[in-house]
Design a protein around this ligand. Structure first.
Ligand code: HEC
Ligand code: HEC
Length: 321
């Protein structure tokens, strides 16, 4: 009996040692790197593409990359929960030392779609990926990044490299993986197909769904609808104003009790574009007013939301009284 216990103890001890060694090795080696296979791409910018790319950057990229200088020279991302580590969005201006500078068009397309940087490093979910963004929109972003827009003019700011937590390093081994680069061209649904176009905006172009599902850790980028608690909210974000107050994403499904099923379309458009709820309470950062969306686009998102399954999830709202 004693002997059996001793052997069990030794086996358990050995398991613990192996686990500790595994953990130490993950912690030490960090986020894995991957081979890159960028397409042969040279974007031919025209003024319409640059304008659309700028609008898209206003809707999406600026949120993280806009610095205090009014240029896209990056900042600390205070709205990310501490469990992910400390994260800075880098300088992506046209300064020769910025993170953008060495990228070719093909490498940028590859990075924005797959999450694999030109040096093979993998960007965890704190930098979104756009596998389903249309080629036209993707190329517009690239055209804009090469343009003479004021916010892209050289800034020599250097942001610290992200300091991923053990959790992120671990998840980058087991769960977060680079996405495949699409083999075929990617097209957006026509504007006239309102529901499909709304879905495209919400899942692929403006990326509302990742904040608005249950948890960044269980967001499914390849098949957004399979994300845990899709659009039902409750994902923990942090107020960028103080870097501490937890703000949970809202339930934006049509559930009448816990979602926005009792809102009108006008109320929804006003909320999304101007940050005002029907009851007069503010919609707080990190949710930004998407004023660069047109009424038609917000209306298309609304049309799509009518078709998404309602989720019953009462999100805690800690408004100040
Ligand atoms: C939610 C915040 C967020 C958004 C939105 C965002 N980024 Fe980033 N971006 C980051 C972070 C954080 C990193 C650093 C990634 C890393 O090194 O792990 C990064 C890195 C980058 C890099 C540098 C990659 C390298 O090699 O180091 C480029 C270029 C970039 N982003 C472009 C964009 C563009 C273009 C958009 C809009 C289409 C965008 N980002 C939207 C947070 C964001
Ligand atoms: C960076 C994460 C993030 C992104 C991206 C985001 N949201 Fe939000 N959203 C939030 C958070 C957090 C709240 C809750 C704010 C609060 O409690 O004050 C919110 C609130 C809302 C509300 C108000 C609902 C209510 O019950 O008060 C609506 C509507 C909404 N978002 C729609 C959208 C749409 C549509 C998009 C895409 C165009 C989007 N959001 C993108 C984080 C985000």
């Amino acid at each position: 009996m004693k002997r059996a216990l001793k052997i069990t103890g030794m086996i358990l001890g050995a398991i613990v040692v192996v686990m500790l060694l595994g953990a130490a090795s993950i912690n030490f080696s960090g986020i894995p790197t991957y081979e890159t296979n960028p397409p042969n791409l040279e974007v031919k910018p025209d003024s319409a593409m640059i304008a659309e790319g700028k609008r898209l950057a206003t809707l999406v990229c600026q949120h993280c990359h806009m610095g205090t200088t009014g240029k896209l020279d990056g900042k600390e991302m205070l709205d990310i929960p501490a469990e992910f580590g400390k994260v800075w969005a880098p300088n992506i201006t046209q300064h020769p030392n910025s993170k953008l500078a060495p990228y070719t068009d093909g490498e940028l397309a590859y990075f924005l779609r797959t999450g694999v940087k030109r040096d093979g490093g993998y960007a965890p979910p704190w930098m979104p990926k756009f596998p389903h963004m249309s080629d036209e929109d993707l190329h517009s972003v690239i055209a804009y990044l090469r343009s003479d827009a004021r916010e892209l003019q050289p800034s020599d700011k250097v942001q610290p490299a992200p300091e991923p937590s053990f959790l992120v390093k671990f998840l980058c081994r087991v769960a977060f993986k680079p996405l495949p680069f699409p083999e075929e061209s990617v097209e957006a649904p026509p504007v006239t197909d309102k529901v499909a176009f709304g879905r495209y905006l919400l899942t692929s172009k403006v990326e509302c769904y990742s904040c608005h599902s249950a948890d960044f850790k269980t967001v499914n980028i390849e098949a957004p609808e399979k994300s845990e608690g899709y659009l039902g909210g409750g994902n923990t974000l942090i107020s960028p104003e103080d870097g501490v107050t937890e703000i949970y994403s809202a339930n934006i499904t049509m559930d009448k009790e816990t979602g926005i099923g009792n809102w009108t379309e006008e109320e929804f458009i006003k909320a999304v574009r101007f940050g005002q709820r029907p009851d007069g309470k503010p919609i707080r950062p990190p949710m930004i007013p998407f004023s660069a969306l047109s009424d038609e686009e917000a209306s298309a998102i609304w049309a799509y939301l009518q078709t998404a399954p309602p989720v019953k999830n009462e999100v805690q709202r800690n408004w100040e009284e």
